[in-house]
Design a protein around this ligand. Structure first.
Ligand SMILES: Nc1ncnc2c1ncn2[C@@H]1O[C@H](COP(=O)(O)OP(=O)(O)OP(=O)(O)O)[C@@H](O)[C@H]1O
Ligand SMILES: [Mg+2]
Length: 380
């Protein structure tokens, strides 16, 4: 399989009438990398993938593969393989024929084709003897998904494009297939662009995560960078920083910002914000934190808060607790070591200053209270 060294996507822009589905999309992909495009529905993930595949023309921008512009080359000549979200299998062809179809006009001998089909099906753990003669309708969802991957891999593409390949599968199968896709990537070292709206899928599979928002890139980084240092409240929200508290800047003390909640609680947040921020006292910002960073039994060095326990939800291994701060803010905590009967009322909890992140208020991404719609519930 021919390997690519570098794929450069430069200012990719694609409009549909007045809708800019993709604009100024810039990304450098190193050969062998697993890159995920992550973002909510309608943010332009499929458009980006289709532009790279050559299934959509660019309105502007260029695609450079190993130094050569390829955006004018038709899809079938790019040597890329696409796995579509709905698999797009040929329903009237057997499993064998689905895989061999693309090989038949390649001047390969019958024996070579059979060998390649067997190799591709083996990679996704479909046995040719058991499955070769079946039709797609006689396969489970997971098997159809494997077949779609095998069919693409059989063509030995030098870039693999996958558009939400796991979205039709149930949770258990999703997790199994995720591990298989990762193993396949490790085995073949195939440069891969993977589209998903599932942050945990993107994190576990990728070398690089690209977070998208309304047609453009909001942040690019390793899973650890995106998870620990999101560069906006939008990315933070996507990465599970579901606790969002509106606060005002109250001052700065060497490495920390002091902020004040609506009800006057002072909190410290470390100023490890990416880029420089010139906030002044009184500026409105948003403080965000992950549920697993809010800790019951806080240490003295932490920010201390307290609130009324509002709901306790057993989510397996840990309890998710909704705490209402004085005022109206509802925060989520994940508590693994305590049983709900241990909980004092009001509950004191804390957060390390370096796990409370501050961001400018984003008018296009307003603060929504977590689980605001949950009805009142009491604990026993
Ligand atoms: N053929 C088209 N004609 C007009 N508008 C389109 C077309 N294809 C996509 N769009 C618009 O472009 C934007 C991006 O669409 P796209 O399919 O790339 O989103 P997506 O991130 O893949 O979403 P999803 O997660 O729902 O698949 C959307 O606003 C969509 O309505
Ligand atoms: Mg899509």
């Amino acid at each position: 399989m021919e390997k690519i060294s570098k794929l450069v996507l430069q200012g990719l822009t694609r409009s549909f009438g007045t809708t800019q589905a993709l604009y100024d999309f810039n990304l450098e992909i190193t050969g062998g990398a697993f890159v995920s495009l992550l973002g909510p529905s309608g943010c332009g993930k499929t458009t980006a993938l289709n532009c790279v595949a050559g299934l959509l023309d660019l309105t502007d921008g260029s695609i450079i593969l190993d130094g050569k512009p390829i955006h004018h080359i038709p899809a079938e000549k790019r040597g890329f393989g696409m796995v579509f979200q709905n698999y797009a299998l040929f329903p009237h062809l057997t499993v064998f024929k689905n895989v061999s179809y693309g090989l038949e006009n390649r001047r390969m001998s019958k024996a070579a084709i059979e060998q390649r089909v067997r190799w591709a099906l083996d990679l996704v753990h479909l046995d040719l003897e058991d499955f070769g003669h079946r039709f797609p309708a006689q396969l489970s969802g997971g098997q159809q998904q494997r077949l779609a991957i095998a069919r693409t891999i059989a063509l030995e593409p030098h870039l693999l494009l996958l558009d939400e390949p796991l979205s039709n599968l149930d949770t258990k199968l999703r997790n199994e297939m995720r591990i298989e896709i990762k193993a396949l990537h490790q085995q073949l070292g195939l440069t891969t662009i993977y589209v998903t709206h599932d942050q945990s899928e993107a994190m576990s599979l990728s070398d690089v995560v690209v977070v998208m928002r309304t047609g453009h890139i909001e942040q690019v980084g390793t899973p650890q960078e995106i998870y620990n240092c999101p560069n906006s409240s939008y990315v933070a929200d996507f990465m599970g920083y579901s606790n969002r508290i509106p606060v005002q800047i109250a001052g700065r003390d060497s490495s920390e910002w002091m902020v004040k909640t609506d009800t006057g609680v002072m909190l410290r947040a470390s100023s490890n914000f990416v880029g420089s921020v010139d906030w002044k006292e009184g500026d409105h910002v948003v403080a965000v934190a992950r549920p697993d960073d809010l800790l019951a039994d806080p240490l003295p060095t932490m920010n201390h808060m307290s609130g009324t326990v509002h709901l306790v939800d057993y989510v397996g291994k840990s309890f998710e607790i909704l705490v209402r701060l004085e005022g109206a803010e509802t925060l989520q905590l994940l508590v693994s070591s305590q049983t709900p009967t241990d909980l004092e009322q009001p509950l004191r909890f804390g957060i390390r200053p370096n796990r409370l992140l501050l961001f400018p208020v984003d008018a296009a991404h307003p603060i929504t209270r977590p689980r605001a719609k949950l009805r009142e519930a009491s604990i026993r």
